[in-house]
Write a protein that binds this ligand. Structure first.
Ligand SMILES: *[C@@H]1O[C@H](CO)[C@@H](O)[C@H](O)[C@H]1NC(C)=O
Ligand SMILES: *[C@@H]1O[C@H](CO)[C@@H](O)[C@H](O)[C@H]1NC(C)=O
Ligand SMILES: *[C@@H]1O[C@H](CO)[C@@H](O)[C@H](O)[C@H]1NC(C)=O
Ligand SMILES: *[C@@H]1O[C@H](CO)[C@@H](O)[C@H](O)[C@H]1NC(C)=O
Ligand SMILES: *[C@@H]1O[C@H](CO)[C@@H](O)[C@H](O)[C@H]1NC(C)=O
Ligand SMILES: *[C@@H]1O[C@H](CO)[C@@H](O)[C@H](O)[C@H]1NC(C)=O
Ligand SMILES: *[C@@H]1O[C@H](CO)[C@@H](O)[C@H](O)[C@H]1NC(C)=O
Ligand SMILES: *[C@@H]1O[C@H](CO)[C@@H](O)[C@H](O)[C@H]1NC(C)=O
Length: 869
């Protein structure tokens, strides 16, 4: 847009509107005008007028068409939408967080992939046989897991709820086109001029009202062209589904109802249209049999029009227990949707203001911000985000070329935006957050619990986002109830619970190869998140009511699963059978499992006092077995950290997962290796002790040999950002930045969604979140420690790349209820402040910068301390 046009548009915005209309759309227009004034740019391209001055947004000069790579996401956790930024026609794709095609809704006999109780004795005999085979085989392996796995049954997939179609009766050429996603206000905007009219369409999802709104306005004196609103559901009649019903609930409300499978879950969306001026009519089309085939709402002669929608299903997270026969079935969503819509029946400006107030309280840059470099430059803002992505280059160690601070900063912010927009509903963020276009989606867009779900939450605590409630509720209500049954029937363990993976209380071990499904440590890994939440926030009431019961249940199961190692006969306890997630062989004493269980037992000890639990026998048993268990740390024949207790790693194994390095990041069993409690071990009958440095060196050897995240079946973003986070943990800024920039180069699309590989046909959100988490790990670290009396080591700028010589961060969180603000310049820390929460508990802390301790003290709640370098 040229300068002259900007001014012209701005004067229109402010002075040409009727007074009542100026009031109605003031929040939008005033912002557009204010920012426009600062925008005196003479280049051919510049960010749209109204684009955030902070640069915190994505913008384009063409509408999007490819769902995976171009559409822009908005959401409030309950519902979500993908916005193409169309002009005369806008096809907004809709999601409802619980819309899932499988489970008990699709099959009344669905039982979470478990054996029948009557099979328990046979299954347990089979397990004993598998264990014996592994202990006795020459290579410590088996490929036969007997009766353990079960067909997953009606597994299903997370599914789209169809599209909302907005059509304007306007023709003619389009000029001054822009679309953008404003991350400061969490709103998608499209502006253009057509038929001599400047038009602005804005879409946002408000959390307080659980609704989304699309608002269309013009700054010209004339009224808007006629607008029609309609639904276009997924057409699944060919798949045997009944056609959804679309009708007029009243003269300004569309109602869409349907089934996502037959039989299957029912869903409903209600969309109410509002206007300033003009008139609204709803017209429906009825079939000869009386069925509701279609309906459209038409608005004419308005100066402003909007549609607000709410959506739900008959899923109920509170009905996933034995008392509800694990049905997850709730009531028809209609009455509660009517209530929600009624509460959201306000002018769009009021809904937007409520959205901004919520945003200010939960997400604003006032409480958290990262600025890499010195903020966006004019040239950064002069190029659409798609151009920035296209031009992006990998940075190589030892060079200063490659990378783009602005784009990296934006992608970092986007990770926070996506988590905030997808996790604040009833269910946690899934493999695609809450955005999914298809009926069946890649890997069902489910909850993969062997790195993916975990990575989704990497940025949660560290960047101060209060988004974990749905995650913890999900563990408590979706997994634990049936997980106790699985523990019993599969392992003959009558306390605690286990989950192997995923959705609708699917707790069993899936058929199709133990490689994928033999993963009873899934919940042990999730307990990092449970423990961390308490360790960061010190919310004792939450710990007593939810955190501790989750931790205890998982620990009880794992206590009973440990057995004496009858292969090495080294007096240790191990797991058997086990395999690293998604990788063979099936063996015993897998490092991944042992490191996680050791960390889990430490968390039990650290959290016991605050839990109010008086079960000291349990605590004693945890201490006893923790002392006797194999800790999963063995250095092998080529200097590697062994992936399995039997030394059989291949130096050319470039598998995507870094399972045995879990103790580097996000765990601490390796990075904080403590010889006095994790050693010594018995190797070939000889007691051996490793130093911390030896263990870290071995992990580094393994990380190097694991490659850069481009092995066989391995080019995804999550494996690269995991590697980046590991290199940061190893204080290597060069390798951290190389992997980070490699991920950005290879695995991020024009809309900054992370894509599974360079063919960009599959969206998988984990790397969006992992990117943000990995960046945090390069800027500040405070790894967990085995006991509360062990000082917490806070490392400032441990792996800052040369390219990030200048910057600042505010509101970074570390465990211990500590918030860190810091600035750096020329690659050197210039200022840092530690703030300790008022409700934190005092604990010993060391602050380390450039390998040197710069402070050491006990924290006092409510205190602030400036640090000198
Ligand atoms: C409970 O669910 C099982 C399938 O898991 C089903 O076979 C049984 O009929 C259900 N019982 C009742 C009372 O609904
Ligand atoms: C299951 O465990 C119980 C008690 O721990 C034991 O008595 C029983 O023999 C075990 N069942 C099988 C099939 O091993
Ligand atoms: C659409 O625009 C055309 C041309 O201006 C007009 O003739 C027609 O009546 C309009 N339709 C509606 C539904 O307003
Ligand atoms: C309803 O009509 C609109 C407008 O013609 C169309 O785009 C949409 O696909 C139709 N929806 C259904 C459910 O047939
Ligand atoms: C380990 O001990 C068990 C039980 O005492 C024994 O059966 C087995 O042969 C021993 N294994 C080795 C490798 O010595
Ligand atoms: C342990 O003994 C085995 C068999 O003798 C040998 O192959 C292996 O290298 C030894 N391991 C170490 C660490 O000495
Ligand atoms: C990644 O590793 C592969 C295999 O070693 C190598 O060919 C490739 O150049 C590396 N790419 C990057 C960007 O480091
Ligand atoms: C960091 O800031 C200094 C001082 O403003 C400037 O001279 C230097 O070029 C900046 N470095 C980078 C890499 O941006």
């Amino acid at each position: 847009m040229h300068f002259a046009n900007v001014l012209e548009a701005a004067s229109h915005y402010l002075f040409s509107l009727p007074v009542d209309m100026t009031v109605a759309i003031a929040p939008y227009i005033l912002r557009v005008f204010a920012l426009t004034l600062g925008f005196v740019v003479h280049t051919a391209k510049s960010a749209p007028p109204g684009f955030p001055a902070s640069g915190n947004g994505l913008w384009y000069d063409k509408p999007g068409s490819n769902w995976v790579t171009e559409l822009l996401p908005i959401g409030n956790g309950y519902i979500a939408a993908m916005v193409p930024g169309g002009t005369a026609q806008e096809v907004t794709q809709l999601n409802i967080e619980s819309l899932w095609s499988g489970g008990p809704f699709a099959d009344p006999a669905y039982n979470g992939g478990n054996h029948k109780l009557s099979e328990q004795a046979a299954v347990h005999q089979s397990l004993l046989g598998v264990r014996q085979a592994i202990f006795q085989s020459p290579d410590g392996q088996t490929s036969d897991t007997g009766l353990l796995a079960v067909d997953a049954g009606a597994y299903g997939s997370y599914a789209s709820a169809g599209n909302l179609i907005t059509t304007m009766n306007v023709t003619g050429s389009v000029s001054n086109y822009f679309r953008w996603l404003d991350l400061d206000e969490a709103v998608a905007r499209t502006s253009w001029t057509q038929g001599n009219q400047p038009i602005l369409r804005e879409s946002f999802c408000a959390h307080p009202t659980q609704s989304c709104t699309q608002h269309t306005s013009t700054t010209s004196r004339t009224t808007l062209p006629a607008i029609t609103y309609a639904f276009s559901p997924l057409s699944l009649v060919a798949d045997g589904l009944p056609a959804p019903s679309v009708t007029c609930l009243d003269s300004s409300t569309l109602q869409l109802t349907g089934l996502v499978a037959a039989p299957g879950m029912a869903y409903e969306i209600l969309a109410k249209v509002g206007t300033v001026g003009g008139s609204v009519t709803c017209t429906s089309v009825t079939g000869t049999d009386g069925s509701s085939l279609n309906a459209t709402i038409t608005v004419v002669d308005s100066t402003e029009s909007w549609v607000t929608w709410v959506g739900g299903t008959n899923f109920d997270l509170n009905a996933g227990d034995e008392a509800h026969n694990f049905s997850f079935k709730g009531p028809d969503p209609h009455p509660s949707l009517v209530q929600l819509l009624s509460a959201a029946s306000k002018p769009a400006s009021a809904l937007f203001q409520a959205h901004l107030d919520d945003l200010k309280a939960t997400f604003s840059s006032e409480s958290f911000s990262l600025i890499l470099g010195q903020g966006p430059s004019r040239s950064d803002l002069a190029r659409p985000t798609s151009d920035l992505i296209d031009a992006y280059q990998i940075a190589y160690p030892g060079t200063i070329s490659g990378g783009n601070l602005y784009l990296e900063n934006l992608l970092f912010n986007y990770g926070r935006y996506l988590l905030w927009s997808s996790a604040r509903g009833v269910l946690p963020a899934n493999l695609q957050g809450k955005w999914a276009n298809g009926y069946g989606n890649p890997w069902s867009a489910d909850y993969h619990v062997n790195i993916n779900l975990q990575m989704n939450y990497w940025p949660a605590e560290s960047t101060g986002l209060d988004v974990t409630k749905s995650l913890f509720d999900y563990m408590e209500k979706n997994w634990a109830p049936r997980g106790a049954y699985t523990a019993q029937v599969l392992y003959n363990i009558s306390r605690g619970w286990v989950v192997h993976n995923e959705i609708f209380g699917h707790t069993g071990m899936k058929a199709g190869g133990p490689l994928w499904a033999n993963y009873p440590e899934a919940a042990a890994w999730m307990m990092i998140h449970v423990w961390d939440h308490f360790d960061y926030m010190n919310d004792v009431a939450w710990w007593k009511s939810q955190g501790w019961p989750l931790l205890k249940g998982v620990a009880e199961f794992q206590l009973d699963k440990l057995i004496p190692d009858l292969r090495f006969n080294d007096s240790t306890l191990v797991v058997n059978p086990c395999n690293s997630p998604e990788q063979s062989p099936i063996t015993e004493g897998c490092s991944h499992a042992m490191q996680l269980i050791w960390q889990l037992f430490n968390a039990v000890e650290k959290g016991f006092a605050a839990s109010g639990d008086t079960d000291t026998a349990f605590l004693q048993e945890v201490r006893d077995k923790r002392a006797r268990m194999d800790k999963g740390i063995h250095i092998g024949s080529w200097g590697q950290l062994q992936e399995w207790k039997v030394d059989m790693d291949s130096p050319t194994d470039t598998h995507r997962h870094l399972s045995h390095l879990i103790g580097v990041y996000p765990g601490y069993a390796v990075s904080e290796y403590t010889p006095s409690i994790q050693g010594p071990i018995v190797v070939n009958g000889t007691r051996t002790s490793y130093t911390t440095q030896q263990v870290i060196d071995a992990a580094t050897v393994s990380l190097i040999h694991r490659g850069n995240g481009t092995g066989p079946d391995a080019d995804s973003g999550w494996e690269k950002v995991w590697r980046a986070a590991m290199w940061a943990q190893l204080d290597n800024g060069d390798e951290f930045y190389h992997e980070l920039t490699y991920a950005l180069y290879e695995n991020f699309a024009a809309n900054l969604f992370s894509v599974y590989d360079s063919s960009a046909s599959i969206f998988q959100i984990d790397a969006n979140f992992g990117f943000t988490g990995a960046v945090m790990n390069a800027l500040i670290q405070a790894s967990d420690v085995p006991s509360l009396s062990t000082p917490l080591t806070i490392k400032l700028l441990p792996a800052i790349p040369t390219q990030w010589a200048n910057g600042s961060i505010r509101g970074a969180r570390v465990r211990g209820g500590i918030t860190v603000d810091m600035q750096w310049s020329g690659g050197k820390l210039t200022k840092s402040t530690l703030n300790v929460d008022r409700n934190a508990r005092s604990r010993p802390v060391r602050v380390v910068y450039q390998g040197r301790q710069i402070a050491s003290f006990s924290t006092s709640p409510g205190s602030t301390r400036s640090l000198r370098v």
